[in-house]
Write a protein that binds this ligand. Structure first.
Ligand SMILES: *[C@@H]1O[C@H](CO)[C@@H](O)[C@H](O)[C@H]1NC(C)=O
Ligand SMILES: [Cu+2]
Length: 225
């Protein structure tokens, strides 16, 4: 896997400088783009993917268990936010967005509580070929019906480009303070991370190169208001 990625990176950069993986490192709220890692927890692994389904690093990546160096950003319910990478996502697979409410402040929250999924960016199919949403930015909106308060907002790119070897998780968490929400619904279904993903999930074991005509994104059903 390492070799494969290095070759890809070298090809795409065409230079001696070989970059690590794409990293979700920047966040914006509406059209306001913040400094790299200002509101995202910084990973300590150059975004070398998390591959263990039982690791706490699945929550907010290696180094992401603490928000001590991260500033929580206010966001109005219903407003758009964007996760931005340093270079476009280049591994095929789904992108998902999750939220988990901090019991107190987001800074102190390790992500051990309940998570709900608010969006999947999956493939589209045409003539037996899948097209994956591999981009440099992913935008969605904070649900209006959740409760106000501080949350971890998590993006996950699941790399399933090497069928037969372990799929890879590329993750970042933002810390957001939701205001103006109605609190009229309790998000469900919820899952724990780790725990949400199983080695038997069809969307985890899928072979994207062989008769690939449908896909079920791993994790819980998407919650919507
Ligand atoms: C979150 O918003 C509430 C309501 O405006 C405010 O009282 C609280 O201080 C905010 N928390 C942070 C970390 O900004
Ligand atoms: Cu890779």
């Amino acid at each position: 896997m390492k070799g494969f990625c290095t070759v890809l990176a070298a090809l795409s950069l065409g230079a001696a400088e070989v970059s690590a993986h794409y990293i979700f490192q920047q966040f914006s709220v509406g059209s306001k783009k913040f400094a790299v890692y200002e509101h995202l927890r910084k990973n300590t692994n150059m975004n070398s993917p998390v591959t263990s389904l039982s690791s706490n690093d699945l929550r907010c990546n290696a180094g992401g268990s603490s928000g001590a160096n991260t500033v929580t950003v206010p966001i109005s319910a219903g407003d758009p936010f964007t996760f931005i990478t340093d270079q476009a996502v280049y591994h095929q697979g789904p992108i998902s967005l999750y939220m988990s409410k901090a019991p107190g402040s987001a800074n102190d929250y390790d992500g051990s509580g309940d998570w709900f999924k608010i969006q999947d960016f999956g493939p589209s199919f045409s003539g037996g070929q899948a097209s994956w949403p591999m981009k440099q930015s992913y935008t969605y909106n904070i649900p209006k019906c959740i409760a106000n308060g501080e949350y971890l907002l998590r993006i996950q790119s699941l790399g399933i480009h090497n069928p037969g070897s372990t799929p890879q998780f590329y993750i970042s968490c933002a810390q957001v303070n939701v205001t103006g929400a109605t609190g009229s619904k309790t998000p469900s279904p919820v899952v724990k991370i780790p725990g949400a993903f199983k080695a038997t999930d069809p969307g985890y074991t899928a072979n994207i190169y062989n008769n690939f005509n449908s896909y079920q994104v791993p994790g819980p059903a998407v919650f919507s208001c």
